[in-house]
Design a protein around this ligand. Structure first.
Ligand code: ADP
Ligand code: MG
Length: 722
């Protein structure tokens, strides 16, 4: 009996655990209960220590060692009261995953007993054995050490586990030489750079001593749920995260009946369970609804400071994975687990602001506030136009390549959608030139108010990679599997450059005695004239846009291999070093890691395709071929004329499959070129192509081979039996 049929029987026999709602655990009561929050610190720390912690958070500085001991001790007591036996420095290596180094609170003392110990230095610094994390040449093996250090803006929390709870400390991860080996370090650096120049702009608009400006991020996460029995019967899903075989289901998503449809009871129980877990961790998970594809769903936590949002986003993914398992399901975050069915993205909504001045991407009530809003918007336009290639590479991965530009996600061309009203405002500014006279333009900065900008979802252009949605921009190209830190680092840094430019222009004009409103008008006109080509309100999925974008000089970096060189372009290296986010070495290391990860993903996929094709699909096809041949022989012996058409078709497909496997085997045996980009290009052009040939034959065989011989669960089963 093939595994597949066993899996179907097993799914039908399981009753998933029900979710019973305990009123004592309602959201208000449990929110943040496992977080060592500011309130908790205020309660448990001496006043002076607490004040010092607060100012450290505001300055984004490392924790003062003098107060670290007091914080560590209070944190340990709190954690142990909540059942923690271990602590872990949690960090975010360049694999895009989350890594943890666990240690016990108990430290042995001389007499053979142990005391519970957690000193300040253990809080602010750890030394994981880091040699196994990708570093792109930054760390020679003899200096394999990496250091972790607490990001004090991201609170420590407790991860519950039946085998003992763990106190988790979100950390940066750097090399001995202080270079970033992770995604958090550049996020913190880029935020600082952006803040410095945003504050200059705020000062020009009359805010004397503005607070730090931070970037906010609200990630919308799409994912699939499938039953574990099916998952476990699919070596491709298990090892590569996506199906490398599988014919399109007879009932696809064309009916659109899944979108916002009823959520299956089992999924609802899972969602309630995850929500409760997220609330305890202080993660404000908000909406939930079915997505376009069958078996696909979405969760959108409320936006937070981007470094916190990024940590929470990683934690959300691991929480979802483990809770899905508890419910007998598997949560798939891969961008394209099923070919021919919509993939999953992770929209990154972002804005910048601070408590005093609010959201700087929200149009104000007065012409003066509107002028400030328009400058920030213009900065976004300039940033995205100048550095579209960097935004593109920030979302590049082997898995996201299957989604971008596939008529379900924005194309690889990075453009901006402003919406009708805001586009019209910038049109008027463009026409207005450097003058304040009514005749030329129709909108005068500092005098006229803006029209009410619509936040109506009906007005949204879902085909645009970078869209203004009333009070924020939404970057829709990020993939569901990736960390939001990578795109946020780019957004912060290119915003730093653009705000720096705006501030410098305005400061110079003011120093030269130009009227401020007029200086703003001049700046806006200049930016919209030079960078307006990035604004596109039409259909991003259309073929015409590909042509028009090229005429406009916008980059169209179709695959990861096309995008990776952006990381080491002279402009990129200059940008990141100017704003002290990455030095030259760090950029090159990220480029190398990007190539490595790409090569690795496709190597794994290629190997699994080869193995499953050889040991699962080919034998099933041959068995059925034998059955058909025996049947033909029997018919002949009985004096009947056998119909050989199926036998001929299957024989042809078996030939195709074998030829495909031979090509794939040869491609996989090919020695990698020393140049990582050349090696990556080979993977894309030769290995992926060979995999496709194998799959085409295999998927055709799926439609012919007798059902009881087919052992891979089908799309139909995986997507519709939940
Ligand atoms: P939609 O699917 O219509 O885009 P959702 O409600 O699913 O909207 O998600 C919107 C996301 O945008 C949420 O994560 C939300 O917290 C976030 N968001 C809202 N306002 C802001 C803002 N000012 N800055 C950053 N993110 C925001
Ligand atoms: Mg959205």
């Amino acid at each position: 009996n093939p595994v597949r049929l066993q899996a179907i029987a097993a799914v039908q026999a399981t009753t998933p655990p029900p979710f019973t709602f305990d009123p004592a655990e309602e959201p208000g009561a449990i929110f943040g209960e496992n977080v060592f929050s500011l309130q908790m610190m205020q309660k448990r720390l001496p006043k002076g220590v607490y004040k010092s912690v607060l100012s450290t958070i505001e300055k984004s500085a490392p924790l003062d060692p003098a107060v670290a001991d007091a914080v560590a001790s209070a944190m340990k007591d709190w954690a142990m009261e909540r059942g923690a036996t271990h602590y872990a420095h949690v960090f975010y290596p360049l694999t895009g995953l989350t890594a943890e180094k666990h240690d016990s609170f108990l430290e042995p003392v001389g007499d053979g007993t142990a005391i519970s110990e957690f000193a300040g230095k253990t809080l602010i610094q750890g030394e994981p054995d880091a040699s196994s994390f990708p570093n792109g040449g930054l760390r020679a093996t003899f200096e394999a050490r990496g250091y972790t250090g607490w990001d004090i803006q991201s609170p420590a929390y407790i991860l519950e586990n039946p085998n003992g709870n763990t106190l988790c400390i979100p950390t940066v991860f750097i090399s001995m030489t202080g270079e970033a080996l992770d995604h958090k370090t550049p996020l913190l650096r880029s935020q600082q750079a952006m803040s410095a120049h945003a504050k200059r702009v705020l000062k020009l608009f009359g805010h004397a001593e503005p607070d730090n400006v931070v970037s906010y991020c609200g990630p919308e996460q799409e994912y699939f749920l499938i039953d574990s029995h099916f998952f476990n019967a699919r070596p491709d899903l298990l090892n590569a995260g996506r199906t490398l075989f599988g014919a399109k289901p007879p009932k696809g998503q064309e009916f659109d009946d899944h979108y916002f449809g009823a959520i299956p009871e089992r999924v609802l129980a899972f969602m309630m369970d995850t929500e409760q877990a997220l609330f305890k961790l202080g993660i404000p998970a908000k909406t939930r609804h079915n997505e376009v594809a069958p078996g696909q769903f979405e969760v959108a936590p409320m936006f937070e400071r981007s470094n916190l949002a990024s940590d929470h986003q990683q934690l959300l993914m691991t929480t979802f994975k483990s809770i899905a398992k508890k419910h007998g399901m598997e949560c798939l975050f891969h961008e394209k687990p099923f070919a021919g069915v919509n993939g999953s993205g992770k929209h990154v909504n972002f804005s910048i602001g601070n408590a005093a001045q609010g959201n700087l991407l929200l149009p104000g009530d007065t012409p003066h506030e509107n002028a400030q809003f328009l400058v920030v918007c213009a900065a976004v336009i300039r940033a995205v136009h100048k550095y579209g290639g960097l935004l593109r590479v920030s979302v590049a991965s082997a898995s996201n390549d299957h989604r971008l530009g596939a008529n379900e996600a924005p194309p690889a061309i990075i453009s901006i959608f402003l919406g009708d009203q805001l586009a019209d405002v910038f049109d008027q500014i463009a026409k207005g030139g450097a003058t304040r006279s009514k005749e030329k333009g129709t909108l005068i900065i500092g005098v006229d108010t803006l029209p009410d900008l619509s936040k109506d979802p009906g007005d949204r252009n879902r085909t645009s990679p970078f869209a203004f949605t009333g009070n924020r921009f939404e970057f829709r190209a990020p993939g569901s599997l990736q960390t939001v830190a990578a795109p946020m680092v780019v957004i912060n840094t290119i915003m730093a450059e653009a705000l720096d430019y705006c501030a410098t222009q305005l400061e110079a004009a003011v120093a030269a005695g130009t009227d401020f409103d007029e200086a703003v008008q001049t700046l806006l006109t200049e930016i919209i004239t030079n960078h307006g080509a990035v604004i596109f309100n039409g259909n991003g999925y259309s073929d015409e846009w590909q042509i028009e974008a090229e005429q406009r000089g916008l980059k169209n970096l179709r695959t990861t291999v096309d995008a990776l060189p952006e990381l080491i372009s002279p402009e990129a290296v200059e940008l990141f070093s100017t704003y002290q986010v990455f030095n030259d070495r760090e950029m090159h290391s990220r480029y190398e890691v990007g190539c490595e990860q790409y090569i690795l993903s496709i190597t794994v996929e290629g190997n699994i395709t080869y193995e499953v094709g050889t040991t699962t699909i080919l034998p099933a096809a041959i068995r059925y071929q034998t059955e058909l041949a025996q049947n033909a022989a029997a018919l002949k012996a009985a004096g009947l004329e056998p119909d050989l058409s199926t036998l001929e078709t299957i024989t042809g497909l078996i030939g195709d499959l074998k030829a495909g496997l031979a090509d794939l085997g040869a491609a996989l045996a090919h020695e990698h070129d020393e140049d990582p980009l050349v090696a990556a290009t080979f993977m894309r052009d030769v290995v992926l192509t060979a995999m496709t040939a194998v799959r085409t034959a295999a998927d055709a065989l799926e439609g012919i081979v007798a059902d009881d011989l087919w052992s891979l669960p089908t799309y139909q089963e995986m997507l519709y039996i939940l």
